[in-house]
Design a protein. Sequence first.
Length: 650
Amino acid sequence: MSEVKKPVFQPNAEFSKTARVKNMSEYQALQDEAINDYEGFWKRFAEEKINWIEPFTTTLDESKFPFVKWFDGGKLNVTTQCIDRHLDTRGDKTAIIFEGDRGDTQTITYSELSKNVNKFANLLKEDFGVKKGDRVVIYMPMIPEVAYAMLACARIGAIHSIVFGGFSAEALKDRIIDADAKVVITADGAFRKNKPYMLKTVVDAALEGDTPVKKVLVIERNKEEITWVKGRDFSYAELIKDKSEKCEAEIMDSEDPLFLLYTSGSTGKPKGVQHNTAGYILWAQMTMEWVFDVKENDTYWCTADVGWITGHTYIVYGPLAMGATTVMFEGVPTYPDAGRPWKMVQEHKITQFYTAPTAIRVLHKMGEDEPKKYDLSSLKVLGTVGEPIDPPAWKWYYEEVGNSKCSIVDTYWQTETGGHIISPLPGATPIKPGCATLPVPGIIAEILDPVTGKKVGLGESGYMCITRPWPSMIRGVWGDEERFVKSYFSDVKKDGKAVYFTGDGAKYDEDGYITITGRTDDVINVSGHRMGTAEVEAAINKDNNVAEVAVVGKPHEIKGEGIFAYIVLKSSVENEDAERKSINSIIKKEIGSIALCDDIVFAPGLPKTRSGKIMRRILRSIAKGEAITQDISTLEDPSIVAKIEAMVNG
Ligand code: WT7
């Protein structure tokens, strides 16, 4: 492993000169403003940034904490913020650059975006009867129509719930039912590595049996043959033809829901994270401006999928709210070769590039010298998100991709936070590899001791908490108030008052910089995406041969963490490899390929306390090949540990 020496990198002085936040004193001034007059800070930016239809009367109402209200009394629509307000000055500016898997491109100007979104909104209203507050599930590939679909929902006040295209029919069905969605928007499929793949077939399977869905809208992308269910399935191309390009924006309250996005937690059932209108769009825009520092003529590319929060906030809502040009890519970064992203940077003159450590590791491994083949001089800011970035990947990204002149913004945040929470600002913050550095101005984030609730000292570790409500904070878990309170506001108290706990551990270094050390709960981070061990266990338990299962994370060269399952079978099976295959196929059916196990060990038993609690910590150590340091004498059957250890580590 190559070491990064002297690990502090100053922002590029040339870049800082014109950055929105130019140095650490400007950063500190902003953060002090927030600390000294929290509501005043947010009032100022909400008034400055949002095009209100009616102004808000109260900045923050936390009387029913953790059920908070931001900008109460205000009326707005997210699409007027993202589209209409730009039309006079940026009508002909490119809003979206789309690049398909096979290299086909499309550019969509703000005025074209406006027309497409309005037509789509009219379709949903007129043909599907979608009304304000209705839930619409979107199961789509990365094509411009997914942005139209999201914005069309926002236009008419419907609540979208995007389900990542890699999730299985079962997972899709669960989410449809939980949200009680009556409409699904999908595509026949799309292209990956020059081959068509299908989504509509998955939707068909998800809608078998009883579901609340009445209508399905199908966008034809790969033009493969699909089955059409009469009266349920409709062609977008057909219906969109005669729709008007004008559609009044629904007048929304600040706290009307904007979308749901399901994410994994520590129980078997994913939770529908709810984000509301004003606070979310404000922070999406502000962080775009501060963290990526996108300028009027920049071209910004975030490689995420819209099925995750990164795609929501930093491909669609944030960039469009600030009037930027955002790139959307259908394909995979290594096709046709590991130079694809760099070729795209060169061709589109990308100025900000935002991706995940897992992608950086793949690109590094498969194409170490690829960046040299392209002109990457347009790049100004590089970003990462999803997991801590390891030093070798960081070094390559900084030196080879960024030519040692671009700041790397290591952005720490979550589905629940709506936008960045901890991150360097590219013109201001000296950066250190693998370190998310400092709270973004306005965010009061502290590492607390879970027992005393006190802020830990320099060099110390604790729980990553946010101690004041912030505008883009999760507003609820759909249909489950209790779970909302319990999941986020029950672990840590500061001065006797519950605070938001992220679920992550973190550490202050000697300069007070924050390094995220990983989840403290039973959640694994696979390729920058959260996977609850309980969810994977629930899927594995559906296999008839399985008596007991415990799932843990194990470090993985590319994915960050891989999934390691310890399984106790009801009775031994003849062919263990066939059983492993059968278990993974159940996972694929119940959740999707992202949750496949890398390792499956058939154990003689699981290490449990006398009260029956599985000691996952021991299993994690064994999976990593670490020595067991904790006391195992109190286990129900201590001898199990040595047996499993021998099986796994020989
Ligand atoms: C979890 C959130 C935020 C969008 C993508 C994932 C981990 C996220 C970082 C980072 C270290 C990170 C945390 C967090 N995480 N960013 N820069 N450094 N860890 O969204 O699925 O909601 O997952 O990802 O563990 O809790 P998500």
